[in-house]
Design a protein around this ligand. Structure first.
Ligand code: ADP
Ligand code: ZN
Length: 354
């Protein structure tokens, strides 16, 4: 079992092991003195893994029930949050009991917020089942639901008591969802280089998934622990995201997050090359990895549209924006500059000239 300690405002462990789903009950017992457990999951994940987790919780002595919401981003709404809270109350959960959020990012975000708010905070065990949720949502304590006019606009920071990543469940994840997660893995590789670069270059990454997840969690931990509330160093994790968010919005969210981030990183890398910050092999490597995992390296959305959208990015503080510039694979730096610099990045990253 690989274990990564996250020492945020609360200290907790991320456990990574193939086949560990059936140990969820034991783990829940370790972190909660309660007698009741509620699993929150979605309509794709619950039918495949619900019984395993419920059985495990019951064997560990919990009275366990499951609340299932329809799979998909549109379920990440305040209505389901309130329904979930009503479910917990109906089942009689008290503050000493435990919520188990099992699913992709939609569930870890919604389940996390539910745990944070129910009776002002109840223990939370996160079981991310998509690669994206394992490498991205399992560290950082960000929870949220979407509001009608903005994604993730309604949430809090809330640290779980533990996170369990069973890479075996990735076997049933649709390939495009796997690629979606790999985009963030490529991001970590570009930020830090090292082991992840070697793993990503393997002809088949499947045997290395535990190592890959561990490395991503370690990297994210380093950025997050030094900056729990997202004011400084965490900004590195936005590599490819400023342009990526614009692509997501510009496509009306028909382009998936991972695909948008992949294209965002490629645009950034090509722009950095044109500016003379990085050498040609840097953008080539990133493009090669994106292509290998069926991720886009570009976008059809017009520069004007992307530019206007990115000006509305929530990460923008006043008129300045922090761009994560790529020097080489494994070396990036922050460039806090006027938001209009975005225009130059987009032009250069799309093959234009200054
Ligand atoms: P994210 O990409 O942020 O993790 P979702 O929570 O929407 O977003 O998960 C992506 C999709 O993959 C959803 O349809 C979800 O039901 C599905 N999914 C998540 N984990 C698994 C899994 N292990 N097996 C099969 N489908 C899964
Ligand atoms: Zn992301």
């Amino acid at each position: 079992m690989k274990t990564v300690n996250i020492n945020a405002s609360k200290s907790y462990e991320v456990y990574i092991e193939k086949g560990s789903l059936k140990t969820a009950g034991e783990l829940a017992k370790k972190i909660s003195k309660g007698t009741k457990a509620a699993v929150i999951s979605d309509s794709n994940v619950a039918p495949i893994y619900g019984e395993t987790v419920l059985d495990s919780l019951r064997s560990a002595g919990f009275e366990a029930d499951m609340f299932v919401i329809e799979a998909g981003e549109s379920s990440k709404n305040p209505e389901n949050l309130v329904e979930g809270a009503n479910f917990l109350l109906e089942k009689g959960l008290t503050r000493s009991d435990i919520v188990v959020a099992m699913g992709g990012g939609v569930i870890t975000d919604l389940g996390g917020l539910l745990a944070a708010m129910y009776q002002r905070g109840i223990s939370l065990l996160q079981i991310p089942t998509s690669l994206l949720a394992m490498v991205d949502s399992s560290v950082g304590g960000k929870t949220a639901v979407n509001l009608k006019s903005g994604k993730n606009m309604f949430g809090v920071f809330y640290q779980p008591s533990a996170v369990l990543c069973d890479s075996e469940v990735l076997g049933t994840l649709p390939v495009e969802e796997f690629s979606n997660g790999i985009a963030e893995v490529i991001k970590y590789a570009v930020l830090r280089g090292g082991k992840l670069v070697d793993i990503l270059e393997k002809s088949d990454v499947t045997p290395y998934l535990d190592e890959l997840i561990e490395e991503c969690v370690n990297i994210k931990r380093d950025y997050v622990v030094s900056d729990e509330f997202d004011r400084g160093d965490r900004q590195f994790l936005n590599l490819g995201h400023t342009v990526g968010h614009a692509i997501e919005r510009g496509s009306n969210f028909s382009v998936a997050h991972g695909s948008a981030v992949a294209a965002g990183m490629c645009i950034m890398a090509r722009a950095c090359e044109k500016i003379g910050v990085s050498s040609a092999d840097t953008s080539k490597w990133i493009e090669k990895m994106c292509e290998k995992f069926a991720l886009p390296t570009d976008t059809d959305i017009s520069l004007e549209e992307l530019y206007n959208d990115s000006m509305a990015d929530k990460k923008r503080e006043g008129k300045s924006l922090s761009f994560v510039m790529i020097k080489s694979v494994g070396e990036c730096y922050l460039n806090k500059t006027d938001a209009t610099y975005m225009k130059e990045i987009l032009t250069l990253g799309n093959g234009g000239e200054r």
